[in-house]
Ligand binder design. Sequence first.
Ligand code: UDP
Length: 325
Amino acid sequence: MKILVVGGAGYIGSHMVKLLAQQGCKVTVFDNLSFGHVDAVLHGALVVGDLADTQALDALFSTHDFDVVMHFASSILVGESVQNPAKYYRNNVANTQNLLDTMVKYDVKKFIFSSTAAIFGEPQYTPIDEVHPKLPINPYGRSKWMVEQILEDYDRAYALKSICLRYFNACGADPDGKLGERHDPETHLIPLVLQAAAGKRDNITVFGQDYGTPDGTCIRDYIHIVDLCQAHWLGIQHLSNYNQSKRYNLGNGDGFSVQQVIDVCKLVTGKDISVLCGERREGDPAILVADASLAVSELAWKPRYVKLEEIVSHAWQWELKGKDD
Ligand code: UDP
């Protein structure tokens, strides 16, 4: 199978490329390297280009014959999306439309899309299943929900079939130690706590300790990057077998509080971590946990690294490598 991975030099995309190569796929990565890293592309060919550049997309699709397109390239910072919505609607919506229009033009009709739990907004119940109301509360979440809606219309009009995967908290690293999280700036909890454990930052600030949860800190659903990528691979099989558009929530279905994450990080690293109490972060719901039973039943998805200790120890192994540029 010939697969285009847009954003394949980034955190999730690079782990996906590794899995696709293991499955014997021929991979082409398209990435503008704004956040990705050349040395994270362990397999396949890297084409450096931007989704805003429709000529580059034409050149790519006219010289390749892709079976499936996977799209991981997007802006992901909630706070920034509130300050600069134009960037989010351009990068995440308009540029995605360039990609979809090029697919239609070259008759490539299978698409896997990185969506997010942020499309649901403030949870109305927990765990969150696929039919939960979609009421995103920031431009980031809205941009992803818009693409999901565009995809419904493109299916109806152009028979472009898609699988949208709504990630809860993607985390962890390649168990072989070859890949991991390298965001700049890093905003995610686990890498930040581990940077504090490694002495790269002085402390970790807990954003709010007065939530209505058992220890007062926010509860999230942390899903290992390898399990997340495995769900994408199963999504590709599903598209190939049934040629049907579907949407799935991806998480462990198990919630861990910020305090629990910090405690596990202390245990795994054996380091003392200085913890500060901070204000709540705007837009953070108290509890975000996935009901991923649809992915489990329809895709036969079986998350393998469900223990927080395993997730953190893979991330720690990566942190110790020190690749943070
Ligand atoms: N968090 C925190 N301190 C930090 C970063 C994150 O307390 O320095 C909390 C955040 O408020 C949320 C959880 O950790 O409750 C996970 O945040 P992250 O940014 O990793 O993912 P999100 O849930 O926002 O997608």
